[in-house]
Design a protein around this ligand. Structure first.
Ligand SMILES: [Zn+2]
Length: 443
């Protein structure tokens, strides 16, 4: 095992900026649809994982489910010489906190941290949800297998831990099962507040909620497309930042959007068979997910999910009505697709955890000039930087220039008005940070 680890470490350090990284292909190949299938079955078989359900039984209810998840993380940790810190992070919620908290409850998240070798206090997070529900959100006793919503995201998160725990990364990775999602995003809020209190530096959260359905309610069958939801700008922005945007741009360039672009780019580079679809909104129309509480406190976060939902299999009592089998049961999940979306997460966690931090400050200038000047803070651990630009209407960073031994650069012959710009850090291993959009103007 030691020799294996060493080999992987060499793979992570021998490739230059812009080159394909063999370790990333190994990660994709290591994700197992069989293990994901097995874990979804186990989670669905807890009968219900409703946040308010039984916590004492060893076989039924959310207590049994979260103890099983914790044990899985602990077993993964044993296989990597204790590389994961596994613990419960919990918050007490009082009866009546909202309409869906009909009794006092401890909302318990199961957290596994793979510590970074260089930046132990810097984290990229992958989340799935532990809890499930049926038609009545407050029914905590009926069978609620929640196979796709969201045992799929939970199983994917456990599988990503299995695969990535075989590697070492500079930054920390958190694999987490969140609870209380269906009752009002309580688990995400609990962990986001905890992260703030611990002064964790959060690169972002990849929230996985429903990653296993390929047959849409609209009849479309598609095992290639998936969605990356991201809000345009953080809700925590100041009035000054809002005013600056009117004059200097950035309406579609907040930190969560940059994270979405990063995921999109990584997938396009390494998984050409997949069709990542960026959706320019926080979440689906009027609906919620566990990345939001992280966004609420100013952290970057996106939702990764299937492109085609089936509403007869979400939040439904198990029943047959007019010949339609309702319910979120195990048979409807496509495990190969869940495997693909798990790999999407794993390669992005790996890339971000292997990359140096993004520049904190990026200044831009070039009013009424035929060139654009960019200047950024020197990032410790960066070998170079990639300057990006794109048409204002393009969703992706289409043009780039890599530079070394400098923290400023002038793009000659480019008019500032017609493009958006950004800068990313690049490590000696070739891995790149998320792009930082300019946050300062040079006069
Ligand atoms: Zn749900």
């Amino acid at each position: 095992m030691r020799i294996l680890l060493l080999l992987f470490c060499i793979c992570f350090s021998a490739y230059g900026q812009g080159q394909q990284q063999p370790a990333i292909y190994n990660i994709i190949d290591s994700v197992s649809a069989e293990r994901i299938k097995k874990d979804i079955k186990i989670l669905a078989d807890f009968g219900t994982r409703h946040t308010l359900s039984d916590t004492v039984s060893e076989t039924r209810g959310i207590g049994a489910a979260r103890r099983w998840i914790k044990k899985e993380f602990e077993m993964i940790s044993e296989d990597c010489n204790g590389c994961l810190d596994v613990f419960n992070q919990k918050n007490f919620v009082k009866k009546g906190d909202n309409d869906r908290i009909v009794k006092d409850v401890w909302v318990v998240n199961v957290v596994a941290i793979q510590r970074g070798t260089k930046y132990p206090n810097r984290f990229i997070i992958m989340s799935g949800d532990i809890d499930s529900r049926v038609s009545d959100p407050n029914n905590y006793t009926s069978d609620s297998p929640g196979a796709n919503d969201n045992a799929s995201g939970m199983a994917g998160t456990i599988e990503a831990a299995r695969v990535l725990s075989k590697y070492k990364f500079e930054s920390s990775i958190i694999y987490v099962g969140l609870s209380g999602e269906e009752q009002g995003l309580y688990g995400g809020k609990g962990l986001a507040d905890y992260a703030k209190a611990q002064q964790w530096e959060i690169i972002g959260i990849l929230n996985n909620d429903m990653i296993g359905n390929i047959k849409g309610v609209d009849g479309v069958i598609d095992n290639r497309t998936f969605r990356i939801f991201s809000e345009p700008v953080p809700p925590t922005e100041t009035e000054r930042e809002r005013r600056m945007r009117r004059f200097y741009g950035g309406e579609v360039d907040g930190i969560s959007r940059q994270l979405a672009r990063y995921v999109h780019k990584t997938v396009k580079s390494y998984m050409p068979e997949m069709n990542p679809m960026m959706v320019y909104r926080l979440d689906r129309f009027g609906r919620g997910g566990h990345h939001r509480p992280f966004n609420d406190v100013g952290f970057a976060g996106v939702r990764i999910m299937e492109a085609h939902e089936n509403y007869t299999q979400q939040h439904q009592d198990i029943r047959i009505e007019n010949g339609i089998a309702y319910g979120d049961t195990y048979e409807h999940v496509n495990f190969e697709y869940a495997k693909k979306l798990t790999a999407v997460n794993a390669i992005n966690l790996a890339s971000l955890a292997a990359a140096p931090p993004a520049p904190k400050t990026v200044s831009i200038g070039g009013i009424v000039e035929a060139s654009v000047k960019l200047k950024w803070n020197s990032v410790e651990g960066a070998k170079g930087y990639t300057i990006y630009w794109r048409d204002t209407t393009s969703p992706t960073w289409d043009h780039s220039k890599y530079v070394e031994n400098t923290t400023e650069f002038t793009l000659e012959g480019i008019v500032i008005d017609n493009f958006y710009f950004g800068v990313a850090s690049v490590g000696a291993n070739g891995f790149e940070s998320v792009v930082t959009f300019p946050n300062d103007v040079m006069r």
